[in-house]
Design a protein around this ligand. Structure first.
Ligand code: AMP
Length: 281
């Protein structure tokens, strides 16, 4: 695996890969890798002749009072994990390399960027779309791999790719969970053993919604109440949002007969966790 830290070198090597006729799959991450990330890498490895990953904790997508400085960083361990998955190229630039002094251009998906996580984290999705657009421009992958874990991010990125005619196929991979159902996240590392147990309430609430839907309930308000009630029963969790929306527009739906995305965000201690479930109509 080649580890590359400059834009110019990454661009040159990726250009060479494309010129040689190899298909190129790309997995952008913020590092502190877990099985969720590795599932994207494996998917990329199985579909493409060459695989690039990136590790970049993107300052632009963190709010002023968020966890940018304490976000877990584990570069040596991450390198070993990616190497074991037979990743060809790892792009790990510094913040100065990605955002040199004087850079002012941003990529912003209006509307969608203010929904779900975008509502509670102003500026977050603008940071995501700006960095992903830059990474796409640097790597120019045939396919890029993202997790369903960040369902709103997927909707925003799909819209960006569509609106800007970006020549890349987005592949969305299923949520990878711990054995007890907790969605894997680099932020789970912040949780104490006690909080880790309380964090299970997110998945439990989604399961309640699924069970209620399985019994024939189609009304989104009723399903939402069922889910919110579960969160309310866990004193260690503070709800941020619990929404039942169209997976593309992220707008609330009235009933789930055409399918819907059930998305939840909650704080356990100071750690903000998200999870979601796709209901089929
Ligand atoms: P992050 O490092 O948190 O920015 O995540 C990098 C990519 O991994 C994103 O596309 C995430 O959606 C994806 N990802 C993170 N956690 C999971 C998970 N538990 N299952 C599947 N994909 C995930």
């Amino acid at each position: 695996m080649r580890v590359i830290s400059t834009v110019a070198e990454m661009q040159a090597i990726c250009r060479e890969v494309r010129r040689s006729g190899k298909s190129l799959g790309f997995v952008p991450t913020m590092g502190a890798l877990h099985e969720g990330h590795l599932s994207l890498v494996r998917s990329a490895r199985s579909h493409n002749q060459a695989v690039a990953a990136s590790i970049f904790v993107n300052p632009l997508q963190f709010g002023p009072n968020e966890d940018f400085s304490k976000y877990p960083r584990a570069m040596e361990r991450d390198k070993a994990l990616l190497e074991a998955e037979k990743v060809d190229l790892l792009f790990a630039p510094s913040a100065e390399e990605m955002y040199p002094k004087g850079a002012v251009t941003e990529v912003y998906v209006a509307g969608l960027s203010e929904k779900l996580d975008g509502k509670s984290r102003p500026g977050h999705f603008k940071g995501v779309t700006t960095v992903v657009a830059k990474l796409f421009e640097i790597v120019r992958p045939d396919r890029a791999y993202f997790g369903q874990k960040d369902a709103a991010q997927v909707a925003v990125l799909r819209k960006m790719v569509h609106d800007l005619n970006m020549d890349v196929e987005l592949i969305v991979c299923p949520i990878v969970r711990e054995r007890d159902g907790l969605a894997m996240s680099s932020r789970n590392a912040y949780l104490t053993a006690e909080q880790r147990k309380r964090a299970l309430v997110l998945n439990r609430a989604l399961m309640r919604v699924q069970a209620t839907a399985d019994r024939g309930e189609k009304n989104a308000a009723a399903l939402r109440e069922a889910g919110k009630q579960v969160i309310g029963e866990e004193p260690g969790a503070r709800l941020d949002y619990f929404e039942i929306v169209d997976a593309n527009t992220l707008d609330p739906v009235e009933d789930i007969s055409k399918g819907a995305l059930v998305a939840v965000a909650a704080y356990v201690g100071t750690t903000r966790l998200i999870d979601n479930l796709v209901l089929h109509g």
